[in-house]
Every structure is written in structure tokens, then in C-alpha cells.
Design a protein around this ligand. Structure first.
Ligand SMILES: Nc1ncnc2c1ncn2[C@@H]1O[C@H](COP(=O)(O)OP(=O)(O)OP(=O)(O)O)[C@@H](O)[C@H]1O
Ligand SMILES: [Mg+2]
Length: 491
């Protein structure tokens, strides 16, 4: 169990960004250092061994020149003397081998008379090479026998040809001790390993620090998201640093703000809707109770109560119809018909329909309609847009005021303007009036029967028909609502 959980923790760590950064750092530092160190030591040792080989060969050649005449004339005494002298200064062992590989002289006095069948000796005696060189590390028989140090040292053989009596071929063998050079090289290697360990530790610390810095914003983002997932939409990620992570935090915060405001709008909408539906119900209940508990109420008063209740039911039905329409549009269930609509005629009809209501309040309803304009769209929806806007203009204009409805073609667009010289809308409310249930003056709107859904429906309908709606207004002077539709190319 313990091992399984440990393995799991390990894989989880490697799967994390932190683990990956650490691993990448390590691999990069490790591989590059290993490559650099190996090539460096190779380069240095090649140079040093090359130099040593050259020196040894030169020395051997020099001694070969000296001893060659002594060997040829078989002056063995002098030969031995010369070899001993030279071996002393050369720090090594000198041997003379005859054409059969038999040792004729040895400064260690060990191998005289024995055959020395070294690879390099054979190369010079039999293959006709002038000289040969070879290196042997401890453990190889050739090194153990020849170093004279119990096989504990590395040696190099330098073999050079000499001429023996009767022009026979012989060889001078110089056994050179290269152990110190080897030691120096392994010293360098060890030092590099130590440096590598040091660098690795430094890299580990740096990688830990770096991964911490890099992953901190991500950790805090994920923490915030978890909180948000639990329902707290007010949490935000701290925006730090620069680059992609900063952008990520900023984008996330923007998204969170939008979600929060959406959530607020939604709950506000529900509470508004309940409130709007409850008001007529309460009124009706009061009236109904009065009717129940006062059975001897005069007939005309009873009639009036009934009419009021009927009016409230109409209002309730109106609100519910509007809400249903809005929710259908929200869900995208509302499909728009595509038919050829005579927009000029439609505008005239709407104005005609509302004229009696305007006249009742002594308002002037003017029209300026460019004839013959048409577009592709949904007749009922277009009618509803203009009806709602004109209805508002009449509602929010004092008795005797003027309302002007116009339709024009402007720069490839069909433009409706519904203008009034009524109460106007304060600047701070202008951006809100298209929101659901938003009313500038709650009390006054209630008197005129408004619920604040008309303009939100207008906005949705205009969107469905592919247009835009905007408002310009000045309190006390009046408002103008402008709807624009792109005039499509003639079919
Ligand atoms: N032409 C206008 N002049 C002044 N204020 C306006 C005008 N049109 C709209 N408003 C303001 O905008 C608010 C929202 O209008 P909207 O049409 O959405 O709701 P309503 O008219 O109050 O109710 P409903 O249209 O749902 O019956 C209104 O309550 C009113 O305060
Ligand atoms: Mg309205």
C-alpha cells in the first residue's frame, strides 16, 4: 500500500508542470554538462598522451642511436652501462631484443635470455616497422610483467629498431611509466564529477525556485476556480507578473465578472418577475375579499370592482405573454419568418392604429414615411417593434405633446425614428432602459400600466431581424428611438 501510494505521488509529481520543469531542467543541465565534460577530458587527455608519446619516442630514438653501434659490435658491457645510464634519467626500463625476440640486455636484469613477444616488438622485428608504441593499464599481463611495480602501474612501450651484429635486426624497448599521467587525468575527471554535483545541486535549487514562480499563478487560478465552482462568484485571481500567465489571469477575471453579472441579472430578473406578478394578484385578492365579505354592496360598485379585477387579469396575462415571448427568444426557439414586408405600409398602419389613443389625450401623432420601402423580415415582429416604441412615446409624453414617426432610407439602411417631446430619459438611465423590468420612474410607470418589458422585447426582436436600436434623449425635452436595418441587395 505504502509503495503504491508513493509511486502514485511520484507520477503525480511528474505529471505536474512543476515536475516537468524540474525534469527538463535536470535533463538539459545534466546532458549538456556530461557532453561538455566528456569532450573536454577527451581533448585534454588526447593532447597530453600525444605529447607523451612524442617525447618517449624521441628519447627512445636517441638511445637507439647510441646503443645501436655497441650492440652491433657486441660490446655488451658498454651496452649495459649505456642502457643503465639512460634508464636512470628516463625514469623507466630499457631492454635490447635480438632478431628472435630474445632479450639481450635489461636494466632490471630480469628477463635476459627470455623471449619478449610483445605486440610492439613483433611489429618492429617482423613487420619491418621502424618504431611502435603502445599503452597498457594495470591488470594486463604486459603491464604487470614490465612495470617492475607489481602490476600496479600503467606503462607505455616505445620500441625502436636497431641493427645487430651481421646487420641482423634488433629492437630497443623503452618501458615508460605513465602512471602519473593517468593519475592526473583521473584527478581531472574526479574534479569534473565534483563540479557536476555542485552544478546539479545549484540547478535543482534554481529549478525549484523557477517552477515555484511559474506555477504559483496557475495554482492560485485553480484555487480560485475551485472556490467559484462551489458557488462563490465574487472571487478573483490576483493578476501578477507579465506575459501569458498575466493574460490568463486577466481573461479569467473578465469571464468571472461576466458570470457574476449574469448571475446577478438572472436572480434580479426572477425577483422582479415574482414581484410584478404578485402585485396584481394582491390587488385582486383584496377586491375579491371585499366582494365576499360585503354581500350587500351596491350593484354599481360591485360592477366597478369586477371591471378592475378584469383589468388586473389583463395586465397579468400581458406580463406573462411578454415573459413567455422573451424566454422563447432567449432559448432561440423563436424563428423569424423571411417574407417581403412593405415597410412603408406597415409603418402607416401602426400609426393609424395608435392615432385614436393619441387623439384621446390631445397629442399630435405626425408621420414622415418615405413611400415604397420594403425589406425581408417577419411582419408581425417588425410591427411589434414599432408599436412598442410608439406606445412608449405616447405614454411618456404629456397630454397635448407631439410624437413623430418617420421611415427613411439612409446610406443603405432603413431607419425608423420615433420621436417625442415628452418627459425624456435621464442619461444615467439610458443604458438600462432595455433591461428587463427596468423603469425610470417606477410610480409613474405603474400608473400608466408599464411593466418595463416593452423595450427588452424590442431589443430582442430587433436583434432577431438583424438590426440595431438606440436612444437619444434629454430629460424635459423628449426622446428619439432609432432602429436601423441593413437594406439587403435587391433580389
Ligand atoms: N419615449 C420615452 N420617453 C421617456 N421614457 C421612456 C420612453 N420610452 C421608454 N421610457 C422609459 O423606459 C422604461 C422602460 O420602457 P419599457 O417599454 O421597457 O417599459 P414600460 O413602458 O414601462 O412597460 P411595458 O412596455 O412593458 O408595458 C419606461 O418605464 C420609461 O421609464
Ligand atoms: Mg413600453
Amino acid at each position: 500500500m505504502v509503495t503504491i501510494s508513493r509511486i502514485r505521488t511520484k507520477t503525480a509529481f511528474l505529471a505536474s508542470i512543476r515536475g516537468k520543469i524540474l525534469l527538463a531542467f535536470f535533463v538539459i543541465v545534466g546532458v549538456s554538462f556530461a557532453v561538455a565534460a566528456t569532450s573536454l577530458t577527451d581533448l585534454v587527455s588526447e593532447f597530453l598522451f600525444d605529447q607523451r608519446t612524442r617525447e618517449d619516442m624521441l628519447l627512445t630514438e636517441k638511445v637507439a642511436d647510441q646503443v645501436s653501434p655497441l650492440y652491433r659490435s657486441l660490446s655488451l658491457e658498454e651496452l649495459n652501462q649505456s642502457l643503465t645510464d639512460n634508464a636512470g634519467t628516463m625514469d623507466g626500463r630499457l631492454l635490447v631484443v635480438d632478431g628472435d625476440g630474445k632479450v639481450q640486455a635489461d636494466t632490471f636484469q630480469e628477463l635476459c635470455g627470455e623471449r619478449l613477444l610483445l605486440h610492439e616488438v613483433i611489429a618492429v622485428l617482423l613487420s619491418g616497422e621502424t618504431e611502435a608504441y603502445g599503452m597498457y593499464s594495470p591488470g594486463r599481463e604486459a603491464a604487470e610483467r614490465m612495470s617492475g611495480e607489481g602490476g600496479a602501474a600503467s606503462v607505455a612501450y616505445c620500441v625502436h629498431e636497431i641493427t645487430g651484429p651481421d646487420n641482423s635486426r634488433g629492437a630497443l624497448v623503452f618501458v615508460s611509466r605513465i602512471q602519473r599521467l593517468m593519475d592526473a587525468m583521473s584527478g581531472v575527471r574526479w574534479r569534473l564529477v565534483r563540479v557536476f554535483i555542485l552544478i546539479a545541486v545549484a540547478a535543482l535549487i534554481l529549478a525549484l525556485f523557477l517552477s515555484q514562480v511559474l506555477t504559483k499563478p496557475i495554482t492560485s487560478l485553480s484555487k480560485t476556480m475551485r472556490k467559484m465552482g462551489k458557488g462563490d462568484l465574487s472571487v478573483r485571481v490576483p493578476v501578477q507578473g507579465s506575459g501569458e500567465l498575466r493574460e490568463l489571469a486577466e481573461n479569467y477575471n473578465t469571464m468571472a465578472s461576466q458570470l457574476e453579472s449574469l448571475d446577478k441579472t438572472r436572480s434580479q430578473f426572477v425577483s422582479n418577475a415574482s414581484h410584478e406578478l404578485k402585485t396584481p394578484l394582491t390587488t385582486m385578492k383584496v377586491m375579491l375579499e371585499t366582494l365576499i365579505y360585503q354581500p350587500d354592496m351596491p350593484a354599481d360598485l360591485r360592477q366597478e370592482f369586477m371591471q378592475d379585477m378584469n383589468h388586473e387579469i389583463d395586465r397579468l396575462t400581458g406580463i406573462i405573454t411578454d415573459l413567455l415571448a422573451l424566454s422563447q427568444m432567449d432559448q432561440g426557439a423563436e424563428s423569424s419568418k423571411k417574407e417581403r414586408v412593405q415597410l412603408s405600409e406597415l409603418t402607416e398602419e401602426t400609426v393609424r392604429l395608435l392615432r385614436p389613443a393619441a387623439e384621446k389625450r390631445g397629442q399630435r401623432l405626425e408621420e414622415a414615411i418615405e413611400p415604397g420601402l420594403e425589406m425581408t423580415g417577419d411582419r408581425i415582429k417588425l410591427n411589434q417593434i414599432l408599436y412598442n416604441l410608439t406606445d412608449n412615446a405616447l405614454k411618456y409624453t404629456q397630454d397635448g405633446g407631439t410624437i413623430r414617426v418617420s421611415l427613411n432610407r439612409e446610406d443603405g439602411e432603413l431607419v425608423w425614428r420615433v420621436q417625442d417631446n415628452g418627459i425624456g430619459i435621464p442619461p444615467e438611465d439610458q443604458s438600462h432602459i432595455f433591461e428587463r423590468f427596468y423603469r425610470v420612474d417606477k410610480a409613474r410607470s405603474r400608473d400608466t400600466g408599464g411593466t418595463g418589458l416593452g423595450l427588452s422585447i424590442v431589443r430582442q426582436l430587433v436583434k432577431l431581424e438583424g438590426g440595431t436600436v438606440s436612444v437619444e434623449s434629454e430629460p424635459g425635452k423628449g426622446s428619439v428611438f432609432i432602429v436601423r436595418f441593413a437594406e439587403e441587395a435587391e433580389a
